[in-house]
Design a protein around this ligand. Structure first.
Ligand code: NAD
Length: 708
């Protein structure tokens, strides 16, 4: 007897009912249960029709990604889905929730498909570096044609139920109690004499599968998924569906998906998937420390970040009080929040009623009294230590006992902020990224004195706020910005050496970064960086060229997009980067003043000089215990800094190129440019010397900690 699958009878109908919370993943137990259920139904001479449905929040959400790294399961999936399709009674899939990957593929093997109105469907496999491997590339084109099938597979995006009907893989959108409706629907099929309708018996409509179409889709896959292979494999698999028998097509699909699973592209993307899922769990915190429940919140500073953070709370249904120094500040802040919600309404992402409801959760005040009830208070005023200390002194007076007192600082020492309070255990960093209502990353920063309960509270709070939390200890730049230092430094150094901004950004984007770093600076404001450099000059190395590209441009009034010029030039109202000889001349002049030797840069040199210091710093961050585990560092960079997921994040990528390659690279550039910026991280040297992997080292550390 399966724990997750049971067969029920309703008159002449058999219902195969699945219950595998939370999201009905098609685990090994579910597959075994489905196999048994098919046999039970087959053996029962009284059954005339079959319904497949799931209890809980959704129909099958997908295959078990945890099995990716184990032995291939495709043959098992294929046999199971074929046995469902082969039944000589009509089989109806009755769906709700979010039906993805294997969940949709099992439905395609059923004979009829109906769904509740809010159901969403997706085949997101290519974003995990694989293709739909449980019959999806063979059945979907037989149902809706090769072109539409490929568009859907390559888009990897969900579609709603009405669109699924239009595309042709869903028979009907049904309202009301799904089980009752499915029973009625199946009885109607039977009474009108409808029998099994096997997708595998169909052929792909040749009009949808011409050579020109496949060429177009190949070009699209290359453009949409540069540096990656899975999109191209999907094109091959769908072409195969159009050109061979169903059985041959399935065999081909299996072979190709298994080949996909061994690529760095897939291993990297799957690694990030699990790293994000696990980042919330912090090993080593005392069991008895409990998170507090967060029913209301406060935000101090109604600027760019404060407004975005308030939106996160309102979206989560948590009332939030926004405080600023002046009524004008509050007004500006609320107007900004209104604008963000209105643009969501305009784009159809939110109804006007939802907007009103969310805005009603955001209250404003100039008085700290209004924070008395808040369970969590986040400070997001100007980046000024004395100002923040003054505010935390006030919070200490007004906040209720046990409230979490958080700061959104990017660069300041949180321990120095905490020390002005009588409750440093409750003080913690919550480092959001801009725009705070959009960016998924939340760096949670603990001081030596932050309590385990405060850490747990914030890691838990990330869930309703829809953030991916990563824990860091206090240090300059925490995890993300600290690793940014060398990456940005080399980009700026190379434009002084004669590379153009376009050359640098193109090399980084071709490698896979979402946006070249110099274009990022233009977007964020070059003066923002310059202010940070000025405030931290005392900690910077004795390098006269350090961040001088930023300084030179800012001094010439080139502050980035907001002033229409920075590393590039911009037309009003347009973010397209235009090469600007004037910027290049300013950079050349600064280079002459500093006597920076000129050289030509290959794409490889640009990529290595930016990436190696970034990866190297990751080994310091890990070795010093700033990050709890290497995978957390990967999450920070993939979810906060546009590092390509298919490269798995910096630490994963370092292992794909080989730690020895990284170490050699650091030493090679150190010989070329001097050791100041090219000192290999002690942990990197250790791992290469001992010939062990990051995972080996983490295991060792874990056993050491367990023994202590
Ligand atoms: N902008 C970013 O990209 C970003 C990203 C992460 C973290 N941060 C950090 O977030 C914080 C805020 O940055 P921002 O970009 O939102 O700044 P901002 O200038 O847009 O907003 C700051 C707000 O604080 C208000 N304020 C100033 N003094 C105050 C006081 N005494 N009491 C109450 N309110 C006061 C100002 O009126 C203003 O509305 C800074 O610590 C910054 O380092 C910024």
């Amino acid at each position: 007897m399966s724990k997750t699958v049971r067969v029920e009878r309703d008159g002449e109908l058999a219902l195969i009912v699945v219950h595998n919370p939370p999201v009905n993943t098609i685990t090994a137990d579910v597959r075994a249960g489905l196999r048994d259920a098919v046999s039970t139904v087959r053996a029962d001479g009284g059954v005339r029709g079959v319904i497949l449905l799931c209890e809980g929040s959704t129909f099958f959400s997908g295959a078990d990604i945890g099995e990716f790294s184990g032995p291939p399961r495709e043959a098992e999936y294929r046999a199971l889905f074929n046995s469902i399709e082969a039944m000589d009674l009509p089989v109806v899939a009755a769906m709700h929730g979010t039906v993805m990957g294997g969940g949709l593929e099992i439905a395609l093997a059923c004979h009829y498909r109906i769904a509740a109105p809010a159901t969403r469907f997706a085949l997101p496999e290519v974003t995990l570096g694989i293709i739909p491997g449980a019959g999806g590339t063979q059945r979907l084109p037989r149902l809706i044609g090769a072109e539409k099938a490929l568009e859907f597979i390559l888009s990897a995006k969900p579609v709603g139920a009405p669109q699924a009907v239009e595309m042709g893989f869903l028979d009907a959108v049904v309202d009301g109690d799904l089980r009752a409706v499915a029973i009625r629907y199946t009885r109607e099929l039977l009474s009108s004499g409808q029998g099994p309708r096997r997708t595998g018996d169909k052929t792909v409509d040749p009009a949808t599968a011409g050579p020109e179409m496949f060429e177009r889709m190949t070009a699209q896959a290359r453009k949409q998924y540069p540096n990656r292979n899975a999109g191209l494999v999907a094109v091959d698999a769908v072409r195969k569906a159009a050109q061979s028998t169903f059985a041959e097509g399935l065999e081909y699909e299996t072979a190709r998906v298994n080949e996909c699973k061994t690529t760095d592209e897939s291993r990297g993307a799957v690694h990030v998937f699990f790293a994000e899922r696990d980042s919330r769990r912090v090993p080593g915190l005392p069991e008895d420390a409990r998170p507090i429940a967060v029913h209301s919140a406060g935000v101090i500073g109604a600027g760019t970040m404060g407004g975005g953070i308030a939106i996160c709370f309102a979206n989560a249904g948590i009332p939030v009080t926004l405080i600023d120094a002046s009524a004008a500040g509050l007004e500006r802040g609320v107007a900004g929040i209104e604008r963000i919600y209105q643009s969501m309404v305009d784009r159809g992402r939110l109804t006007a009623a939802d907007k009103a409801q969310r805005l009603s959760l955001i209250r404003t005040s100039l008085d700290y009294e209004a924070l008395r009830d808040a369970d969590v208070i986040i400070e997001a005023v100007f980046e000024d230590l004395e100002l923040k200390r003054e505010i935390f002194g006030k919070l200490d007076k007004y906040a209720k006992a046990g409230a979490i007192l958080a700061t959104n600082t990017s660069t300041l020492d949180i321990a120095k902020i905490a020390e002005v309070t009588t409750r440093p255990g409750d003080v913690i960093g919550m480092h959001f990224f801009s725009p705070a209502n959009v960016m998924p990353l939340l760096e949670v920063v603990r001081t030596d004195r932050t309590s385990a309960s405060a850490i747990k509270t914030v890691m838990e709070l990330a869930k309703p706020l829809r953030k991916t939390p990563v824990l860091a200890t206090v240090c300059y730049g925490f995890i993300g910005n600290r690793m940014m230092e060398g990456y940005a430094r080399e980009a700026e150094r190379m434009v002084l050496e004669g590379a153009t901004p376009r050359q640098i950004d193109t090399a980084l984007e071709e490698w896979g970064m979402a946006m070249g770093i110099l274009a990022v600076f233009d977007m964020a404001g070059i003066d923002v960086g310059v202010n940070v450099h000025k405030a931290n000059a005392s900690r910077y190395p004795p390098d006269p060229a350090y961040y001088q590209a930023d300084f030179a441009l800012a001094e010439a009034g080139r502050l980035g997009q907001k002033s229409g010029k920075g590393y590039y030039r911009y037309e009003p109202g347009n973010r397209a980067r235009i090469d600007d000889p004037e910027a290049i001349e300013i950079l050349r002049r600064r280079a002459r003043d500093l006597a920076v030797p000129q050289r030509t840069h290959s794409t490889t040199e640009i990529q290595e000089r930016c990436l190696y210091p970034l990866l190297n710093e990751g080994f310091r961050v890990l070795g010093e215990g700033v990050a709890v585990r290497a995978a957390d560092i990967d999450v920070v960079w993939t979810s906060g800094y546009g590092f390509p997921r298919y490269r798995g994040g910096p630490m994963f990528y370092a292992e794909t190129i080989g730690l020895a390659t990284l170490l050699d690279g650091m030493r090679r550039y150190g010989e070329m440019f001097g050791p100041m910026h090219w000192e290999p991280a002690p942990l990197l040297v250790e791992l290469v010397g001992r010939g062990i992997s990051v995972a080996d080292w983490e295991r060792e550390r874990h056993s050491r900690q367990a023994a202590a």
